[in-house]
Write a protein that binds this ligand. Structure first.
Ligand SMILES: Nc1nc2c(ncn2[C@@H]2O[C@H](COP(=O)(O)OP(=O)(O)O)[C@@H](O)[C@H]2O)c(=O)[nH]1
Ligand SMILES: [Mg+2]
Length: 543
């Protein structure tokens, strides 16, 4: 959880002077040379200026950067203080209403009585936003008061004003404050940060700005006990919070004001957690069905096409690998040690190892997984013991753990095409796959492996996409009449679960690997936004 606490009694003030003084010559710039008038502002949407590094600042503090905050204040508030020097040289501040154009330029409506500014038109325009009565972020724009001369622009600015205040005004009263630089302050007692004119113009106001105030009021009025519970239970603070209030909410997180008997008043920032997603295949199926070979060919394929992939060995009995092993259960537990020390056979030893993995999901696996996530694609090469996907809950708990870690996961069940020689074997293959599907409760893709060994593909066509009626009649032909009812139920069950669908895989053909991968990617929504081209796989292509 990313939290930042800040004592309100200690803060370091930033220097309050502009980092670059405004050159004197600019003070007398005639209005027709004003950059605002020359600017084609409608086309000014460009990338963020590199004068400062706002994104860096945002990442470090998990707060919107100062230019963004200033733009947000200017969008939300409609009254500010315009300060100028009078012709006699007195500093004079007056309250004015304002609207903003798409670049955040303040648009003012000034009548004769509040146009007593000095000849050089220098001004500062101060605007503040009360947040919950607890904090008042503010910005002061330094610039010059200008009268747009271009009639089209004046018309447009007039429409900006009308839209904001719902009233018609004389176009001749419209003025703008051309922004030279902006001083942004987080609160009354805080130091300020200077923002350049280009950073200010190119920043976007916070997308939550129009809802933030209502949200904050709603939560503080009706859900304050949730805020208190959050502070005392989830925020991981080492002191008791007696009272808490939400101050503001923005696109990157929210701010709380806390009262603690021991620590006094604190402000706390909670970063909105944007979960990153990982993707995973759990490769299962009977021993010898080709799981490890599939993993190694998949790794080869993905490396060739430049795709991210990491293969993880979950088989404690595996010895040789044709793929680089990214993570290995054998680093956690050794089958040989288990067999020797506990006097178990290979099968019992393997189950013991897997249960040991289950006991270490929160430790070993979590630590290992911390190296991944963030769009990483993991493929788990599993052992083939049928118990693991029939009744022993190890893989189920493993999958649930991955789901909690925000992995989108798919079970890939491999069946050896060499055993698909008749309908009874097909049904029994379906049943074992079905049992894994029911156990694991994740999207499921069935693969018919070792298609390169199938001499006559026509023999397999019946099992690639079979008609339930055809299956049933074949089953009935092979079995004694008393099984007719059972056969019907079995075929119905297999059909109802949508299991009667196998994707053939020939590891010798890149097109076949691509096709299978695309099917799995669709299941786990990998590259959803990418332009993934999927070619229909036709078993005939194999010849
Ligand atoms: N011809 C052929 N042999 C394969 C294929 N996949 C696996 N095999 C062989 O089948 C045997 C078992 O494969 P393996 O990947 O170790 O199966 P696992 O126990 O499911 O991991 C090995 O001898 C592999 O060489 C394939 O697509 N084509
Ligand atoms: Mg294997």
């Amino acid at each position: 959880m990313l939290l930042q606490t800040q004592s309100l009694t200690t803060h370091v003030a930033l220097p309050f002077t502009p980092s670059k003084p405004i050159p004197k010559t600019q003070f007398f710039t005639p209005s027709k040379q004003n950059p605002f008038l020359k600017t084609q502002w409608r086309t000014l949407k460009c990338s963020l200026s590199a004068v400062s590094d706002p994104t860096h600042l945002e990442e470090k503090t998990h707060k919107p950067f100062p230019a963004e905050v200033s733009r947000t204040i200017m969008e939300l508030v409609s009254v500010g203080t315009l300060s100028t020097l009078t012709q006699e040289g007195w500093p004079l501040g007056i309250g004015v209403r304002f609207a903003v154009d798409p670049e955040g330029t303040p648009v003012l409506c000034l009548n004769a009585s509040n146009r007593q500014f000095s000849i050089d038109r220098r001004s500062s325009f101060h605007v503040q936003l009360g947040q919950c009565g607890l904090r008042t972020p503010q910005c002061t724009i330094l610039g010059s008061i200008d009268k747009p001369e271009d009639r089209k622009m004046l018309k447009y600015l007039h429409s900006v004003w009308t839209k904001r205040f719902g009233e018609e005004v004389d176009e001749d009263l419209i003025y703008v404050v051309s922004v030279e630089r902006v001083l942004q302050l987080e609160d009354f007692k805080e130091g300020g940060v200077w923002v350049t004119s280009s950073d200010y113009k190119n920043a976007q106001p916070d997308p939550l700005r129009d809802f933030a105030e209502n949200l904050v009021n709603e939560i503080n009025t009706n859900n304050i006990e949730d805020i208190n519970r959050f502070c005392n239970i989830y925020a991981d603070l080492n002191f008791q919070v007696s009272e808490a209030k939400l101050i503001w909410i923005d696109r990157l997180g929210f701010d709380l004001r806390l009262w603690s008997p021991q620590e006094g008043i604190f402000e706390l920032r909670k970063k909105t957690h944007i979960s990153k997603m990982g993707y995973a295949q759990l490769v299962i199926g009977p021993a010898g069905s080709g799981k490890s070979t599939y993993c190694s060919k998949l790794h080869e394929h993905c490396t060739t096409v430049g795709r991210n992939i990491h293969i993880i060995n979950l088989d404690p009995a595996a010895e040789n690998f044709d793929y680089p092993v990214a993570m290995d259960i054998r680093e956690l537990v050794s089958l040989d040690d288990v067999m020797e020390e506990l006097g178990l056979g290979p099968n019992g030893g393997l189950l013991y190892c897997m249960e040991h993995l289950e006991d270490n999901l929160d430790d070993w696996l979590t630590e290992e997984l911390d190296n991944y996530l963030d769009d990483d694609y993991l493929v788990f090469d599993c052992p083939g013991q049928i118990e693991l996907f029939s009744h022993v809950p190890v893989l189920k708990n493993f999958v649930d753990h991955l789901k909690r870690k925000n992995f989108s996961i798919c079970a890939v069940y491999l069946l050896d095409s060499q055993f698909m020689t008749d309908v009874t074997k097909f049904i029994s293959g379906c049943m074992s796959s079905l049992s894994a599907m029911v156990q694991l409760e994740v999207p499921h893709v069935n693969i018919l492996s070792k298609m390169d060994l199938v001499a006559n593909k026509k023999d397999l066509e019946d099992f690639l996409n079979p008609e339930p009626q055809v299956l049933l009649s074949e089953l009935n032909q092979r079995m004694a009449p008393q099984f007719a009812k059972l056969n019907k139920s079995l075929v119905e069950l297999v059909d109802n679960y949508g299991m009667v669908s196998f994707v053939p895989l020939n590891l010798r053909k890149a097109t076949s690997i691509s096709y299978v991968l695309a099917q799995i990617d669709t299941c786990i929504q990998y590259g959803e936004n990418a332009d993934v081209k999927i070619k229909d796989f036709d078993p005939e292509d194999e010849d």
